[in-house]
Design a protein around this ligand. Structure first.
Ligand code: WQD
Length: 321
């Protein structure tokens, strides 16, 4: 089996590449190394290619054919909500046109199985205890919108080209499976708090007056290694006969508040942390926790790592990388 992984030098992609090569699969990574690193790719071939370049479709189709790839996992995309609000054109172009190129190359090379990185950002601000895939997506920013459009594109590609696709809607991903594969961008809560601590600054909590037990926002934090395992399960699902669902949430089913995450970081670092309470951040839902019923039923996958595991692995990665 050969899998071509677009964006395989990135944080999440490189974890999936590592697991695939560990189980003996041939992997080809395509990455423009704009946010990914060459050093993250071991046990796989690396093709340096920008999927938004004019000749990307032909080149990608060539590499799919030359490697004999039978599946593609597509990670490469921009993922910063604020940036997407300020510069939606970048997201329309790179996220949507980039996916269009990947799907066209797959059609051309007759690659049938595609796994796509979607996001819980498609849901917007749902006012529910647990977010199920049956909820109508209502993205509230261009980033989430590009992921939702991406899911429609998969549906069209399935119909036109006899493809089989799965979109995985990630909740809040954090932690590291291997120190050298850790998230080096400081965009999300766990790395932001670790960065503040390293700089001797107090982390800032974006609002403590939400309608939650401690007043801070609740999210579903999933270990990147659990998420990577979900991709492997998704590939196996595509290769099998039964495939009742094409859209699956990936989370743990358990919510943690911002203060609970900061407590976990305090335990993992042995440092007392006194956060500063700041104003709310625009567009933050009070609570976003994943319903895991569908992915458990479809893939037989469930997370096995806790919030402490996530945070400890992120702390260890900063220490050991
Ligand atoms: C988590 C919680 C903040 C920083 C985003 C995207 C989403 C997905 C994951 C990719 C929130 C609070 C944060 C800080 C804080 N991305 N916070 N102080 O917003 O839940 O999700 O990343 O697919 O689409 O929207 O993640 O890590 O920014 O925030 O209090 O300095 O931490 O308010 O409650 P978010 P996050």
């Amino acid at each position: 089996m050969t899998t071509l992984v677009v964006g395989g030098a990135g944080y999440i992609g490189s974890h999936v590449v590592r697991l695939l090569s560990e189980r003996g699969e041939h992997v080809v990574v395509v990455d423009d190394l704009s946010t990914g690193f060459r050093e993250r790719v071991t046990g796989a071939d690396l093709v340096e290619l920008d999927i938004t370049a004019p000749d990307a479709r032909e080149k990608l189709a060539f590499h799919l054919r030359a490697s004999g790839a039978d599946s593609v996992i597509h990670f490469a995309a921009h993922k910063q909500v604020g940036e997407s609000v300020a510069n939606p054109e970048l997201y329309w172009h790179d996220n949507i046109a980039g996916l269009a190129t990947v799907l066209a190359a797959c059609a051309n090379a007759e690659v049938r199985d595609v796994v796509f990185s979607s996001s819980a950002a498609v849901y917007g601000m749902p006012d529910v205890e647990l977010v199920t895939e049956e909820l109508d997506p209502r993205p509230i920013n261009p980033y989430g919108a590009t992921k939702y459009v991406g899911e429609w594109m998969l549906t069209d590609a399935e119909r036109a080209h006899d493809m089989r696709t799965v979109a995985l809607r990630y909740f809040n991903v954090a932690g590291a499976g291997w120190p050298e594969l850790a998230d080096t961008q400081v965009m999300n809560l766990v790395p932001i708090v670790l960065d503040a601590l390293a700089a001797g600054r107090a982390p800032i909590v974006f609002g403590d007056d939400y309608d939650t037990p401690d007043g801070t926002c609740i999210r579903d934090y999933v270990h990147v290694l659990d998420l990577a395992e979900a991709h492997i399960a998704a590939l196996d699902y595509l290769r099998g006969d039964e495939r009742p669902h094409r859209v699956l949430n990936v989370g743990t089913g358990t919510g943690s508040s911002v203060l609970e995450v900061i407590d976990a970081i305090s335990r993992a670092t042995g440092q007392e942390i006194t956060p500063e309470i700041g104003p709310r951040r625009a567009g933050d839902p009070a609570k976003l926790v994943c319903s895991t019923d569908r992915i458990r039923g479809s893939l037989g996958w469930e997370s096995s790592r806790t919030l402490d595991d996530i945070v400890e692995s992120a702390v260890a990665a900063r220490r050991d990388a």
